[in-house]
Ligand binder design. Structure first.
Ligand SMILES: C[S@@+](CC[C@H](N)C(=O)[O-])C[C@H]1O[C@@H](n2cnc3c(N)ncnc32)[C@H](O)[C@@H]1O
Length: 231
């Protein structure tokens, strides 16, 4: 991947009003085309992006994988943190989003693919497992078997020392798909920590920080994940 040096490139600067508006228009257009895959009407804001990408280390040369980048709200934050180090692979199922992203961020390796195929994407590039995976995937819109397949892809593609972050909207926090996701995360990771609510995001959201992925055998031996208290 190319490196980014010198003054902050325009692509990494906070979006100008014109570019932000352009992203919002593109996002809404893609939502109207495929609401169950995009599953949000507007891109995430910078405060949420900064929290989601806080696991990207400020030193070394990590391999960072981003799932579901959309118009690049988290992409810009990852690139800011990497500042030219490491590698950044973005996996996006929507070819139009992917083309915009590749044009705007030449330092990011963008692949049009279903994130369920993450292991294959990594293998084709000769990469090992990722040090950090950040996800913009709309978990609450996914059926249980799709959630499971995607989480298997995440744990299969993450290094044992790695960190996985993803976000959820606060208003869906107690909905069945969100509760199911939480149980699934706790069965697949030894540590799952929830952030504060980011009220500045539209809609408000929070982040899951997941570390120490369990192998499938460990997850099975660990028994059922803890039952959650009702809302
Ligand atoms: C809620 S949007 C989030 C976009 C961006 N990360 C943000 O926060 O503004 C969900 C994104 O995930 C992508 N997506 C949905 N299912 C996917 C899958 N199976 N594999 C890869 N990308 C997927 C959608 O196309 C969309 O770009």
């Amino acid at each position: 991947m190319s490196t980014l040096a010198g003054p902050e490139p325009a692509a990494l600067a906070p979006p100008s009003p014109a570019r932000g508006g352009d992203d919002r228009t593109a996002f809404l257009r893609e939502f109207l085309r495929d609401p169950f895959t995009v599953a949000a009407v507007t891109p995430s804001g910078r405060p949420l992006a900064d929290l989601v990408t806080a696991t990207v280390p400020h030193d070394g040369a990590p391999l960072v994988v981003e799932l579901g980048p959309g118009t690049g709200a988290f992409t810009a934050a990852v690139q800011r943190r990497l500042a030219g180090r490491g590698r950044h692979l973005a996996v996006e199922i929507n070819a139009r989003f992917a083309a915009r992203l590749a044009a705007r961020y030449p330092g990011v390796d963008v692949e049009v693919a279903d994130a369920r195929g993450l292991r294959g994407v990594l293998a084709r590039r000769g990469h090992g497992r990722a040090d950090v995976i950040v996800s913009g995937l709309p978990w609450a819109a996914f059926a249980p078997d799709r959630q499971d397949d995607l989480l298997d892809a995440v744990t299969g593609g993450l290094a044992p020392h790695g960190a996985f972050t993803t976000f959820a909207y606060t208003h869906t926090r107690w909905a069945p798909p969100a509760r199911r996701l939480r149980r699934a995360l706790r069965s697949r990771f030894e540590e799952v920590v929830l952030s504060r609510t980011v009220w500045a995001n539209l809609p408000p959201a929070f982040v899951y920080y997941c570390r120490r992925p369990r192998t499938p055998a460990q997850a099975a031996a660990g028994g059922p994940p803890p039952v959650e208290p009702a809302a």
